[in-house]
Ligand binder design. Structure first.
Ligand SMILES: Cc1cc2nc3c(=O)[nH]c(=O)nc-3n(C[C@H](O)[C@H](O)[C@H](O)COP(=O)(O)OP(=O)(O)OC[C@H]3O[C@@H](n4cnc5c(N)ncnc54)[C@H](O)[C@@H]3O)c2cc1C
Length: 371
């Protein structure tokens, strides 16, 4: 626990707090939405927590396509503000309703759309804040082109609060795509699904999201729904329904495309031709309701993991393209060796997978094995 939680209400107070802490050698841990899963917001050395989540001003310049934000603005609200001007903030971490832009910059957060749009670093135009000594600094400028001097801005992106406190940022926005098209494809094995995602990129498709779910992930999602609602499986997308009654669940690829109505439709037609040659179990949609149905399995899989154990160790692994299947196979080897479930899903377009090691907290042996 910290000895104090400080919610500064002005830049002057951030400066004063940091100077005081520096003078008395008190550790300071900056906190945004507190969604980081690595414990970096825990004040392990005690001291003060500097909570900037209340700083939520956000101003959009639609001509420059930039947002001027305070650190506490959540990702979802930044994107909503951009949408009012036909723009989009494309970085989309799963935590977007609670994670703040300050925290996203400090962790260089990525997300589901990273394959096409990149990560937070690609959108930070300029930053301002305070050094641990309480000195005000500004890195970059709110200009489309700024190439003078050392690039301190990028050093701060991903520095997890260790170099200073971010109190303001200028963020690049992009044109909001008119629509999205989604395709769910079902495969008998991880190998078939990952070969398909590899070939899809090789063929030149540019999905905004390309999500992979292994059979164990899909299986626990089925049992999660079954437990809550006996008829839930009858409402699955038709290409998945038959699989939900079979002993061996399938692996899944979820592909999303975006752009203008015409461009999305054209891309989807090409994608459907491609998918059809690789599996007969697929379904696509451009309307919101069916699209959400196709995303349902992906959205609930994180929570559904708890069907397999009361605790999870969530490893966030990134591998080169040619090692994706090896990673999935390695998770299966771990599972056999330790007897603990290892459901794995993630972003096939950038090789970022979440390998979950599930165990029962009350079981001491399983806990030790998981660690
Ligand atoms: C359900 C869920 C899904 C997630 N999905 C993703 C995902 O898809 N991609 C991804 O990258 N991450 C993901 N995360 C992790 C997390 O959301 C991100 O790391 C996020 O960027 C943290 O933002 P935050 O505002 O919660 O920061 P916090 O957790 O409050 O802080 C994170 C770090 O940033 C520092 N910090 C915070 N604010 C500032 C500031 N103003 N100045 C300086 N340093 C600061 C903190 O000291 C700490 O080191 C997920 C987390 C959850 C719980």
């Amino acid at each position: 626990m910290p000895s104090a939680r400080i919610r500064p209400n002005s830049e002057d107070s951030v400066e004063a707090v940091l100077k005081l802490a520096n003078e008395h050698l008190i550790p300071v841990t900056t906190r945004g939405g507190g969604t980081a899963t690595t414990g970096t917001t825990s004040p392990t050395e005690g001291g003060w927590v500097l909570d900037v989540s209340g700083w939520t001003n956000c101003h959009i310049d639609p001509v420059a396509r930039m947002a001027f934000v305070q650190p506490g603005v959540t990702i979802a609200s930044l994107d909503r503000a951009a949408a009012e001007h036909g723009l989009m903030y494309p970085v989309d971490p799963g935590s977007h309703n609670h994670a703040t832009i300050g925290g996203n910059i400090a962790t260089n957060a990525g997300g589901m759309r990273a394959a096409k749009y990149g990560v937070t670093r690609d959108y930070v135009v300029a930053l301002e804040g305070f050094l641990p000594t309480g000195e005000f600094v500004r890195w970059g400028a709110n200009l489309k082109k700024f190439s003078a001097g050392f690039n301190m801005r990028d050093l701060w992106v991903g520095s997890e609060g260790s170099l200073g406190v971010i109190t303001g940022a200028v963020i690049k926005l992009v044109k909001r795509p008119e629509t999205r098209a989604t395709c769910l494809a079902v495969f008998p094995s991880a190998e078939a699904a990952l070969t398909c995602s590899h070939d899809l990129l090789l063929a030149g498709h540019s999905p905004s999201a390309l999500e992979f779910l292994d059979a164990e992930t899909v299986g626990c999602t089925f049992s999660f729904w079954k437990k809550r609602d006996a008829t839930a499986l009858d409402h699955l997308p038709i290409c998945l329904r038959k699989w939900s009654y079979q002993p061996q669940p399938p692996a899944i690829l979820l592909v999303e495309l975006d752009g203008s109505e015409a461009a999305a439709r054209e891309q989807l037609t090409e994608l459907e031709l491609f998918i059809k040659e690789r599996t007969s179990d697929w379904m696509s949609a451009m309307d919101e309701e069916t699209t959400e149905l196709l995303w349902k399995i992906r959205r609930s899989c994180s929570q559904a993991m708890f069907e397999l154990g009361s605790r999870k160790l969530n490893e966030d692994v990134v591998v080169p393209f040619d090692c994706q299947l090896a990673l999935i196979n390695y998770a299966s080897i771990l599972q056999e060796e330790y007897g603990l479930p290892t459901p794995t899903f993630g972003h096939a377009a950038d090789g970022n997978f979440h390998v979950h090691i599930m165990y029962d907290e009350a079981n001491k042996e399983a806990s030790a094995k998981a660690q």
